[in-house]
Design a protein. Structure first.
Length: 291
């Protein structure tokens, strides 16, 4: 059974040491994993997270928030360096709390969507490859993997599909770099979500189980039986994390265009979503499972 979890953006932004109690809260709601979404690095320490999780059987993942000052494919080396400093912080945090992966669209700044020539876009990809190769070496020394996330066309112009993410990983050429696939973005960009999952295969390191409207999984039109079957087919044993955002979290809500409330409170979203995802994974693993 895949470890199944929720992200801190369901409740707070930015996550700080004072919010570390969410580890116990997420566990009470039924989560195996709490994904820490890190925006402000100055108020988060591994020590506080570990202290809050002491005696609680819960795992972690670490998700980045890549804004304009954290752009690893920027033409300005100073901006790329700021992005690297931030990513190294996330890697250190992951290593400090035992999280296997740092995840997110770390190749660029979210919201950077421009009409570029093929040569200009290739130049950006080259900077992303150079930066992420350095980050991968840093992460590898600490036993941490990097899971690169394709985003939909409205949030990035660089990596929109599993195929493009795999090409980026091939160019980075490090064993500890793979993919995060998010069903919200895949629902927009992929011709076939299950085929994209199968294409990722053993390069799939992390999954965001998100409904088409970012609401509670199982309440929209994502073809979940096909998703869970594809994950079973590729032998995916990693974390399944539900990512969504309350509009009360204003900065992030604006970035992802959350203009109306979720279909449930954070707690209700977590309870119902966790039950739905676990049931889907179990059904896909059953011998008589069909899609």
């Amino acid at each position: 059974m895949n470890p199944t979890g929720v992200c801190t953006w369901l409740w707070v932004s930015p996550f700080t040491d004072e919010d570390a109690h969410l580890a116990a809260h997420a566990k009470e709601l039924g989560a195996d994993v709490l994904e820490l979404c890190i925006e402000d690095t100055s108020h988060v320490t591994a020590e506080a997270v570990l202290a809050a999780a002491e005696g609680i059987d819960i795992a972690f993942s670490v998700c980045g928030a890549f804004g304009p000052e954290r752009d690893l494919s920027h033409e300005d080396p100073r901006i790329r360096r700021l992005g690297m400093d931030y990513l190294e912080f996330l890697i250190d945090l992951a290593a400090g709390i035992g999280a296997p992966n740092v995840v997110g669209p770390m190749y660029s700044a979210v919201g950077k969507a421009r009409m570029l020539s093929a040569d200009e876009r290739e130049e950006q990809r080259g900077w992303a490859v150079e930066s992420l190769r350095e980050a991968a070496d840093y992460a590898g020394a600490k036993g941490v993997h990097l899971a690169v996330e394709p985003l939909n066309r409205f949030e990035t112009d660089l990596v929109n599909t599993a195929e493009q993410a795999l090409e980026l990983c091939d160019r980075i050429d490090r064993d500890n770099v793979g993919l995060l696939l998010d069903t919200f973005h895949m629902n927009i960009e992929e011709k076939s979500v299950p085929d994209a999952i199968r294409l990722a295969g053993d390069k799939l390191l992390h999954v965001h189980a998100c409904e088409n409207d970012r609401g509670t999984p199982g309440t929209g039109h994502v073809a979940w039986p096909e998703v869970f079957r594809a994950l079973h087919d590729v032998g995916y044993e990693g974390q399944l994390v539900m990512e969504s955002f309350t509009p009360a979290v204003q900065e992030i809500a604006k970035a992802v265009s959350m203009w109306r409330p979720l279909d449930a409170t954070g707690d209700e979203f977590a309870r119902k979503g966790l039950d739905f995802v676990r049931a889907g994974v179990q059904a896909a693993a059953a011998p008589a499972a069909t899609v």
